[in-house]
Structure formats: C-alpha cells, structure tokens
Write a protein that binds this ligand. Structure first.
Ligand SMILES: *Cc1c(COP(=O)(O)O)cnc(C)c1O
Length: 385
C-alpha cells in the first residue's frame, strides 16, 4: 500500500539538528538562547523593510500579545476577516473584546475593502470605531493591501496582519508581514516552514518588540526578586524549536519554489476542465507562496461537488480539505455582527484545498492526477505506462 498523501507535512532541510545539537552542547535548553536570537535575526533579515521580530510559542500567542499591546479589552470591537482559521479571531475573545466579521472579495479571497469601508463607516456613524482590523493573507495570497491600507488610514484604525500562511509572499514586491502596525507569523507543523510549533510577532517599532518579549516572559520588572506591575504570559519560543527554525530558514526559498510548482501542476492539470478554477494571483502585483493550492468546483458544470471530489481522493489515500469555514458561520461566534454579502460562504461551499506539501514529488503528483482522473476524465494527464 502506498502511504497516504497528506495536505501539508513538515519538510526538514537537514541543518535543523545541527542547531538543536548546539543548544544541547551549550545547555541552553530553555526559552532563550542563541537559536532564539539567531532565528529572530534570520527573520528580520529575510523580511526586511525595517522589521523587528519577536518569536513566540505560537502564532496565536503572538496575535494575543498584539491585542494586549494595543490595549484592547471588554467593550472594544475588533474587525476580522471572516474567512480564516479560528486562530485569527480567538485572541479577540481572549482579551474580552467583541469580534465583527467582514466578508471576502473574489480576487484574493481576503477581506473585502468595500465591505470593510462600509463597516467602518457604520461604526464611525455610531461614534465608536474598532480598536484594530485583522486582515489575513489566506493560503499565502496577499490581500489587496493598497486599498486596505487606505481604508484603515482614512479611519485611523491600526491594521494587524495575520501572515501565518504567507511567509514568502509579496505584494508589489514588499513581503507580507511587513505592512501592518504589527503582523504575526506561524511555524506550526503544517505551515510553509515549521518549528513543530511556534510563531512570531513582526513590527517596525523596536519598542513593541521589546514590550512583547517582556509581556511574553511573565512581565518581570527589574529587581532581584520577582516584581510585577503587569499581567504576563509564558509565550516565548523554546531555544530547541528556534533551532529547527534556523535550519528551516536556510531552505525557505526552496520551499516557496516547491509550493509554487505544486500550484503550476494543478493549474496545468485542470486547464481544460470546465467548472474547476485553480486559485491564482489576480495580477503581477501579487506573489503568493501558494502555501495550499486550492480549487473551486462549480457542480452545475462538473456534475460533482467539491465534497464528491474530496471523498474520491480520500478513497485513494489522498487528503484534501474544504476551505476555512467563515467565522460568521461558526457556532462559537453565533450572533456576531457581519458586514458583506455571500462571497465567503460561496467560497466555503465550493472550495477545496489540495495536497500542497513542498515534499511532494513527481510520483505523488502522478498518484494525485490519477486519482482525480477517475472522477474528472478530461484532466490534462496521460498515465505513464
Ligand atoms: C496557523 C494559523 C494561525 C495560528 O498559528 P499557530 O502558530 O498555529 O498558533 C493563525 N492564523 C492563520 C490564518 C493560520 O493559518
């Protein structure tokens, strides 16, 4: 039996163990040390654009710290892209604030600038603006940054960028994760690079970096004993995990290239299939890392749904997954305000994420193509003999 082909699995570069070994040699088996500092400088150098980076135990933790540093709490609203992973929105609940969800637009599947404008105008009229807007670069696709920045600036509301899926993506040549007042990255096991679990807060303000590290290491004031004037968190990344991150940074460009090859593979596979659309950059301003290549299935044209295709692939040992279910449709956020129309609901209904690991090779592509061909005979694929 062939092993299962999964959606996105860790892909080590080879030098990760060298950095971990060094941590053991130095006995820095702790949430601080040379790998933590080194991983932060690697990320700062990679992102450029004046970035300062604090690495954390998870992307979710970094977003929580960002909301804390913006002094967001009960009675405040935070606007958030509805179509995303729950971790984009959960930290709003951690600080006791109220989320308001915003629909997507069809080009990038990210937060719709018009719907955001409408929501901000509504709150301006009511006399209380949100404390922040969380935008996401879904599946690595940059959001419409020019439009979003201009809407946020018009109302003077800080933008937080959830770039958890978008390390390596750029918009007009500028790296995702460097646009917002603060941004977060994730190095969870399924992301484009991984530290097993981990994340980062990115900011242009060195003081915010310093403050996030202070808050993320239990907010200990300067004194010989333990003195506290703030509520702290235990959110720093381990020096062992950071060692994995340093090894992964050495191969990040290769990982982006491999994910883009997957996207080209699917784009070619479905090029003659009426009713299947492969998610692609709307124009040259957008450069996606194609973390997960996704497709939209129009059952009126294909005669099958995305769920039919998912089950067929599963039956052949291949994992695929529906797109993120929008937050305004989630039971846990029932009753939350929502601005927009039905774009994200329709994307969720018709969308499927395909296996997209950077470690998929020609043999896996062949198995995937053959499995899909059993349901979609017109794919551009001829079985090798
Ligand atoms: C993975 C992810 C996160 C959370 O990152 P963790 O490191 O898993 O906490 C947040 N937002 C999005 C969009 C993600 O995909």
């Amino acid at each position: 039996m062939n092993p299962k082909i999964l959606l996105s699995t860790p892909h080590m570069g080879g030098n990760e163990l060298k950095y971990i070994h060094q941590a053991f040699t130095d006995n820095w088996v702790a949430p601080l040390g040379a790998n933590v500092n080194g991983f932060e400088s690697d990320l700062e150098e990679y992102l450029g654009n004046g970035s300062h980076v604090a690495v954390t135990s998870a992307g979710t933790a970094a977003l929580h710290l960002a909301l804390v540093m913006l002094d967001i709490g009960p009675g405040d609203e935070v606007f958030c892209q509805s179509m995303t992973f729950a971790a984009s929105a959960n930290p709003i609940a951690y600080v006791g604030a109220t989320p308001v969800f915003i629909d997507s637009e069809k080009d990038t599947w990210n937060i719709c600038p018009e719907a955001l404008q409408e929501a901000l105008a509504d709150r301006a009229k009511k006399g209380k603006l949100p404390k922040a807007v969380i935008i996401v670069h879904l599946y690595g696709m940059p959001a419409k940054m020019d439009e979003l920045i201009s809407v946020c600036n018009e109302y003077g509301v800080p933008m937080l960028e959830d770039a958890a899926e978008a390390l390596g993506s750029t918009y007009k040549g500028v790296k995702c994760g460097t646009f917002g007042q603060m941004a977060i990255l994730s190095f969870n096991g399924n992301k484009i690079i991984t530290t097993s679990g981990g994340g980062a807060l990115v900011t242009k303000d060195p003081l915010l970096k310093k403050k996030s590290i202070f808050l993320g290491t239990q907010a200990r004031d300067a004194a010989a004993h333990y003195e506290h004037t703030h509520i702290g968190y235990n959110y720093r990344l381990s020096n062992i995990s950071a060692g994995i991150g340093r090894g992964q940074m050495e191969v990040l460009d290769e990982r982006v290239a491999a994910r883009k090859r997957n996207q080209s593979f699917y784009a070619n596979l479905f090029k003659d299939v009426d009713g299947i659309e492969v998610f692609t950059e709307p124009n040259e301003d957008f450069f996606s890392n194609h973390w997960l290549t996704s497709i939209l299935v129009d059952p009126a044209k294909t005669g099958f749904t995305r769920e039919d295709l998912r089950l067929r692939m599963l039956n052949k040992g291949i994992e695929s997954r529906p797109l993120w279910k929008p937050m305004h449709m989630q039971p846990v956020f029932r009753g939350t305000d929502f601005f927009g129309s039905s774009v994200s609901e329709e994307l969720f209904r018709d969308g499927l994420c395909m296996p997209s690991g950077s470690n998929l090779g020609a043999a896996e592509h062949e198995r995937i193509a053959e499995a899909i061909q059993t349901m979609v005979p017109e794919v551009a694929w001829s079985p090798s003999v």
